[in-house]
Write a protein that binds this ligand. Sequence first.
Ligand code: TYM
Length: 332
Amino acid sequence: MTRIFSGIKPTGHLTLGNYLGAMRRWAAEDQHRADALFCVVDLHALTVDHDPARVRRLSRQAASLLLATGLDPEVCTVFVQSHVDEHARLSYVLECVATDGEMRRMIQYREKAARERERGGSVRLSLLTYPVLMAADILAYAADEVPVGDDQAQHVELTRDLAVRFNQRYGHTFTVPRATRPAVAARVMNLQDPASKMGKSDDVGPGIVYLLDEPDVVRRKVMRAVTDSGRDIVHDPQARPGPANLLEILAACTGGDPVRLAGGYTSYGALKKDTAEVVIEALRPVRERHRELCADPGRVDEVLRRGAERARAMARPTVDAAYRAIGLLPPL
Ligand code: TYM
């Protein structure tokens, strides 16, 4: 059976970008067609300046939101990364296969490191090795597929390189995974700055729709989205990123095609209004289920406890095999 692994980082409140680019597909399709694991990657949240209490709070919230989007713990495995030691164990071994040049070439590292330096801060070593830990997340479970948004494609590519290199040097140990991306909305852009990705770690802003935003907040943010002075409405992400972003969001929520949808509009007002309403309807059940789960925190804890147990049992044999293959003496 196909094995799927994906993760979400608790560094901010989850956004419409996370939902349309990744989570929605995990719940609607991936969990039903494969043996799937979904992980709150809390170790990754420590790679930039962080507040411990906030990371803990956001980790719980991310776990509840995963369930609220429709992940069924009877069908798939939902867990927290730091509850399974195998991630960190394997990450070290993969650091012995990766090179520092490879790490420094990663786009996300370059962007985040530049941002930290601009703020006058220093760059944590773990930010540089972040992609190796991500590779460990994926390879520990012998995942075949990694459903992600566009921004993670380079990291999955690196994971493939590390798996192939390890297998060539030390014997076949890892499954070589591949990234899968959604047909539309693989990169949802900030509504106020359609040249940049809608990112949860960015400053709170009117250009970011959060999964838990109330309907009137969603409506206001979408109605104020930046478009352009063009007269016609076309789907051209390069030349016309603002309208293209709205069309992608509309298409993702309605199952339509952004190019065809563009033909049905003659004004930005109508496009924004329809987009706002379909986003509100898409998020409504998530918000409602999340509210129910907040009233029953014991249920989320139990899901995470059982999830970690299952994940540990799945990861252990592969990580043990990697330790043996690379030359470590098995415990005596
Ligand atoms: P993270 O937490 O930034 O995002 C979680 C998922 O949401 C997608 N995504 C988006 N998709 C479309 N438009 C956007 N604006 C947008 N913003 C985020 C991301 O592509 C991702 O699929 N490094 C990962 C977490 C991770 C991981 C892993 C993922 C750690 N280990 C192993 C897969 C497998 C990250 O920071 O995702």
